[in-house]
Design a protein around this ligand. Sequence first.
Ligand code: B3K
Ligand code: ZN
Length: 845
Amino acid sequence: PQTIFLKDYAEPHHWVDTVHLTFKLAPRATRVMSKIVFKPNEANTGDLILNGEDLTLLSARINGAAIPHEQTDRHLIVKQADLPDGPFTFEAEVEISPETNTALEGLYMSSGMYCTQCEAEGFRKITYYPDRPDVMGVFTVRVESDLPVMLSNGNPQASGEGWAEWHDPWPKPAYLFALVSGDLLAHSGQFTTMSGKTVDLNIYVRKGDEDKCAFGLQALIDSMRWDEQVYGREYDLDIFNIVAVDDFNMGAMENKGLNIFNSSCVLASAETSTDATFERVEGIIAHEYFHNWTGNRITCRDWFQLCLKEGLTVYRDQMFSGDMRSHAVKRIEEVLQLRARQFREDNGPLAHNVRPESFVEINNFYTATVYEKGAEIIGMLRRLIGDEAYYKGCNLYFERHDGQAVTIEDWIKAFEDVTGRDLTHFQQWYSQAGTPRLSVTESWADGSLTLTFTQSTPPTPGQDDKRPQVLPIMIGLIAPDGSEVVPNTVLEMTESTQSFTFDNLAERPVTSILRDFSAPVILQRDIDAKTRAFLLAHDTDPFNVWEMGRMLAKDTLVAMITEGTPPTTDYLDALKTMLSDETKDPAFRALCLALPSQDDIAQTLFDAGTTPDPMAIYEQREELRHILASFLQDILPDLYDKNDAGAFKPDAEGSGKRALRMAVLSLLTLNDQGKAAQKLFETADNMTEQAGALMALLSAGIGQEELASFYAQWFHDRLVMDKWFMMQIAVAAPLEAAHIAQNLTHHSDFDMKNPNRFRAVFGALQGNHGGFHAPDGAAYKLLADWLIKLDPLNPQTTARMCGAFETWKRYDADRQSMIKDQLKRILGTPNLSGDTTEMVTRILG
Ligand code: B3K
Ligand code: ZN
């Protein structure tokens, strides 16, 4: 495998004008006929270079005549000297085998249907083509199939018995190509765009899933309206199709006019889906739809620019979800995710720039850093330049680059042009990895408060010296009587150390720092108990109120683990007050009640110079749950009853109440031997409460009977079965987790070829911190065994799951050496994929 560098980017030798494809679909012998009109790129002339992998070439012609060409296992090359002058037509016929394609990249089969996944470099497994995003062409596709539904990108053009033709008028890179054929049903609707055009909307699913589409369709309609109202972006085809596929390597894919979804990210019903699933479906539908402008109409010049479309589109879907639900709650959830996934990545051997400078396998860079940190950069930009300039800049970007494949520089330039500011320093967020540490001191004299900030970023692999970043630090000042004397103010920090002074203050105020988590940094603030209690009670910024509570919980756990100190009454009282405060949103209170994860505690200990002991973390966190259950015992039953949301509606209000109710139930179960949870399990009419009750029971070490009856009720529903696999591993006690997971891999419903099922088992195992790091190393070995088995079938999912080991350097010598042994064993496997080789090599460092 070869390393590819950003600095080596060169334009292609040929551009594509139009593409005609004909697919004669058959499980093991699909024929693909292509007719591509090329024109030489006068700025960089040379051989015709086409990508192609796992293809059987049957014929190739240029302008109707056979041509001399070179063929390797990755390319088809025609020498410049053998090419006609000027534009020419290349035609080829290849054969491929979708049924045996277990990598789920290119054209493959899932539960009897044909479907495709081309991003990033899957189109080359379909036919010979310049498979790079800067080559954009107008596609016309003919599908011939025995199965009734035949779909591709764009608008339907003509169809007959056994065939259909589609034409996409918008030039696009090959990674946005899609084709689907199956025995499918459509759940349909319509949307009228802002200029009055009617768009047909369809969600295609397998028979039996048609009653799980209504929510997704409404989310699509809401997204289309939102993008018009907020960004002025209108949809541009007559039809928008979504297809649900069971076997899919990630969440969903934004193919032009034909989004393909992992069925777990589009199907939803009250009985089978939790509130979290509804929220995820809404967010992912929006994300893929928003790509139509940020990704499709304007795409990436090369894969190094991935964050151009992903960071921006994540930012847009986050804004949308905040508007649909609650901004405060959404922001806290985003930060929890960012810290759990992106900070974790940034702190370990896989740390990389938001815009990487080299890669072996681009699929390994669809990461939390590119996506979530990429989104944080957009949020910081907006905070620095203000809303008006932000939308102006976006409009300029859309106008200037519509139909083009562009770079981060082009994106930033639009904002420089509308603001007149030099954003060179800000742009460093794309080229410097690592999470900045921010500390602050305060001084007070004669009515003036001075805040002195210091920032530094620890070294990351290949980047030893870090420079200061541009940080928008949003603050507020609150007077001792609780009134806010300085409302939200953004301080722009650009130096390593920098002071900001506030004058003419009557009394010394309390400072609220990094409101709304205005920059993706680790704030190291020595804050005394009194100040923290004051902010908990008076801060107007909901994020910081939650953050104060979280700091208290973390300090409590750390003190229990490292010093054996029991929780202070400060913490317990504050939590009780918060929970009982009915003026506060139940969803917010649920977030306050949730304890920091074991992984989060492990990282916190490590940052503080202590080697984390996973068993102690597990035990003390359990101990704290028991202490809370007994301290809060008077209020729990009442909270549980009051937050019964009644008839199920997957909206913010209902889901907020259920979230609080389930968090309360989890503690209540430790007091009542599971009575309330058992009752709820039997009577619940929705999955949020049924699964919530089961999780509460399992977490208390009971509930085996309910687990069995859950299986009996749901064994026929594959998405619910994923939960059944996941739940029992996720909450298993440390010494049992690997054993339970291993037994489940022998269950007749376990199917390693289905990524959802594989992740249900092994994602849950790595997510169970105590279980994954059990002292005997059984979980390390089990995961390695299965990664080795999966790699030849599905390298992409294998490589991604290797991330489970990325934190190995946090732990003691024994664990380090056990993990290293497993990583070396994986690396030593004959014929290991390039994907997995790259990941394991980087993790070993
Ligand atoms: N763009 C796709 C991700 C493709 C992943 C390829 N390994 C989905 C998304 O981000 O919207
Ligand atoms: Zn995306």
